[in-house]
Design a protein around this ligand. Sequence first.
Ligand code: PEP
Ligand code: MN
Length: 446
Amino acid sequence: MNELQVPGAAAGWRQHHAAQQPRYPDPQALAAAAADLRTRPPLVFAGEVDSLREKMESASQGRAFVLMGGDCAESFHDNTAINIRLKLQTILQMAAVLTYGASTPVVKIGRMAGQYAKPRSSDTETRGGVTLPSYRGDSVNDHAFTAEARVPDPQRMVDAYLRAGTTLNLIRSFTMGGYADLREVHSWNRGFTANPAYKRFESFAEEIDRAMRFMEAAGVDFDALRQVDFYAAHEALLLEYEDAMTREDSRSGRLYDTSAHFLWVGERTRGADDAHVALLAGVHNPVGVKIGPTTTRDELLALVDRLNPEGDPGRLSLITRMGADRIRDVLPQLVEIIRADGRPVTWITDPMHGNTITSDNGYKTRRFDTIMEEVRGFFEVHRSLGTVPAGIHVELTGDDVTEVLGGGEHIDEAGLARRYETLVDPRLNHQQSLEMAFEVAEMLRS
Ligand code: PEP
Ligand code: MN
């Protein structure tokens, strides 16, 4: 990565309609924050981004499986060592189980180190007769329900950058320093299956035990398995931030968005002629698009035209979020359209966002069983069409929060009140995440 700064590098996006952007009261403060970010070091490097792109290609062909997970919205307040470690631990534990189920490497990607901006269905929020601008993520405004807190502050982008940097630093230390040791991760999973609530996974865990003993007997160098590659991803929502983090790679002359390895555009900003797609069209990172049940043939093909015109494998992931009750009806047509087009994509399921409900006691929640039903539908559709279910994208945390109904702990509506902490969408807790991993591993192997 060279020192050359590229202000407005992939600046074509400025000519396009930009949805979901904050209205900053002071344009000069915005320009100053963006100028500051342009002088800062990249958070990720071109070589790492390219290696992820190759892994996404492997996944699209069934030679790897993608696990993408983390908070709906990271928060500055929760940017602590313990939170980062627990989330990483959860993802590593899930990955170990999935590796066994898939018999392929698992590509580990955190919705971490930059997931600080949120699209909202309404510009305002009303509580107790008071209407204020919506919370748009910690890189934009503050969650507190006061007029002052909700004013967008561009300096928060710089804060988000710094926190993303410290998060990545800790992730790199853990994953390079032995914390990801497969033997250790497997022993944590044994702790999980020792819980009577998860007894049904015991024999699966015993199989993994046997496989580990076999590897040891065969002389596998476990010390070589102490380090893992771990990648960072977030929704590329805040255009000024992503633009300011875009750099030219001196070796190739290509532009990279150095705020994360992988970036996606959300269901609300995926217009093929809109600014978010234009921004991602200009960078070489592997990218994703969330697609919901209303996606049309023309929209889908226009997205491929913009984001992957040459059909480079590993470049474009389609992250489907259909809802458990729609996926079997809606997904097959979309898969057929892509197949007929011929340009490759990496199919990933997001079983969270099509299955959000409000509980009778007023919590935004999801049911564990419904989430799993969408994952099952995803596998069924791809298997029946002979295409590759390449990965899962989930909202999770390493904590024992109570935000999603059901699972082995049988969280019920009253239980939601115990520890409901998310700033936006409900997350699987640590146990529910592992439960999902074991169930998906069983699907992968059948
Ligand atoms: C999200 O991933 O938190 C999100 C808002 O998803 P979607 O764009 O699919 O609604
Ligand atoms: Mn979400």
